[in-house]
Write a protein that binds this ligand. Structure first.
Ligand SMILES: Nc1nc2c(ncn2[C@@H]2O[C@H](COP(=O)(O)OP(=O)(O)O)[C@@H](O)[C@H]2O)c(=O)[nH]1
Ligand SMILES: [Mg+2]
Length: 402
């Protein structure tokens, strides 16, 4: 159960051996260059836990121990010391991982300039380290090719975006709730889609509903659009209301439900999810995602919605809409979330005009634009020497693939 010392010609090989001999979750304790090659000392988490267990010392029963006798009873100061050690250990681990990542990056640049270039392009386009690592691996697995790198990357990205024909979504009919945080463009998207539904199914086959009773004026916005296209709008307040309103609209083929613009971290979001679950169990969810939202916030939104509606297949998101592609400098982050969560993309909204600025998802356009961010300043690009820091957590994946 002691730490393992492993020596190999390159860091990549040494880490491969660590993975094989100590396990995928091995903790690297030290690394250095030796005459025989790169030396890595690693330990498994189980062995570390065993080593850090406090010794069980049997103290002879004495009536009054001497004042200087050490205490082994697991006192609070002792616990603090262990916590401090663990915190220091995790800091050292982070440092080593970044250091190893830098070496793996050097190795990669030396061995496969295409793979390194692919990583550089994808990271600068705003994709997550996870997707960057995976896509660069796929590219290098294709082997040598005469096709330019950007074209190959574009094709790879394109193949990862799932799309859905809007007709297949709305033709069967039903209740469609548009969900997403404040200001992403839900109401505007509903207005654009409603105009298309009127043309396809007729005015008497469509109704608009809103749960957006939180903000003054929110319903007015929908009412204005509804008036223009000549369809009714109903406001909802509680779950009973929703169920009864829906049953009174059985003759309508498509019902578009506008939800309140609440933060994903607000309790109102949970209340609203509950209202939809109870009032319309068969409802389909359409997630509206703005391309101007940053990667972490977008991820947070998706995870919070998943938590609010957990464990029910029927509650999964049916389709996604990406809005504000006209405003975003880069669309990598929103595409990244779409791809990693396997959300089928239905529409793209590229402007404020109702009903014009809405088009069916075009994967070739999306991947082309994603790889060529419209940044005015190249100064925001990630410098080469910082790439390993961004990719440190992906280190294990690199080693696995190489
Ligand atoms: N530039 C741009 N603005 C949009 C787009 N979609 C919606 N908006 C604007 O974003 C703002 C918020 O839209 P709204 O539909 O009220 O968002 P909601 O809170 O999610 O319902 C409004 O000013 C819309 O005109 C789009 O695709 N591009
Ligand atoms: Mg709204």
């Amino acid at each position: 159960m002691a730490p393992h010392k492993i020596i190999a010609a390159t860091t990549t090989e040494a880490l491969k051996l660590v993975r094989e001999q100590v396990g995928g979750d091995a903790l690297v304790l030290s690394t250095r260059d030796t005459a025989e090659g790169v030396e890595i000392v690693a330990i498994s988490p189980e062995a570390l836990a065993k080593m850090s267990q406090r010794p069980e010392v049997k103290v002879a029963p004495v009536l009054s121990p001497p004042a200087s006798a050490p205490s082994f009873s697991g006192t609070a100061p002792e616990d603090k010391r262990v916590d401090k050690l663990l915190a220091e250990f995790s800091e050292v681990k982070q440092l080593l991982q970044t250091h190893l990542s830098a070496r793996a990056w050097d190795d990669m640049q030396a061995q496969s300039t295409e793979k390194a270039e692919a990583l550089r392009v994808l990271l600068n386009a705003g994709f997550s380290p996870q997707l960057c690592g995976e896509t660069a691996d796929q590219l290098s697995a294709q082997g040598p090719s005469d096709v330019p790198l950007m074209d190959r990357l574009q094709a790879l990205l394109e193949s990862k975006i799932q799309t859905l024909d809007p007709l297949s979504v709305f033709d069967p009919g039903g209740v469609f709730a548009f969900i997403g945080p404040t200001g992403v463009g839900k109401t505007t998207a509903i207005a654009k889609i409603a105009a298309r539904c009127v043309l396809r199914y007729g005015r008497d086959q469509l109704a608009l509903l809103t749960t957006d009773t939180f903000r003054i004026g929110a319903q007015e916005q929908l009412k204005v659009y509804a008036k223009i296209i000549g369809v009714p709008v109903v406001s909802l307040r509680d779950s009973e209301d929703l169920a009864s309103k829906l049953s009174s609209m059985k003759d309508r083929r498509v019902i578009l439900l506008d939800t309140a613009g609440v933060s994903q971290r607000d309790t109102q979001m949970l209340e609203q999810s509950q209202l939809l679950l109870e009032g319309a169990p068969a409802l389909k969810r359409i997630l509206v995602m703005s391309s101007t939202t940053d990667l972490r916030t977008q991820e947070d939104v998706i995870l919070m919605y998943q938590m609010a509606e957990k464990n029910e297949k029927s509650r999964a998101v049916t389709a996604a809409i990406i809005t504000k592609t006209d405003e975003a400098a880069q669309i990598g982050p929103v595409l990244d979330c779409l791809i990693r969560h396997q959300l089928p993309l239905m529409f793209l909204a590229n402007g404020q005009r109702v009903p014009e600025d809405l088009s069916q998802a075009n994967t070739a356009y999306l991947s082309h634009r994603a790889l060529r961010p419209r940044m005015l300043s190249g100064r925001l690009n990630i410098p080469d020497d910082q790439i390993p820091v961004h990719m440190a957590d992906q280190l294990n994946d690199w080693i696995k693939a190489s």
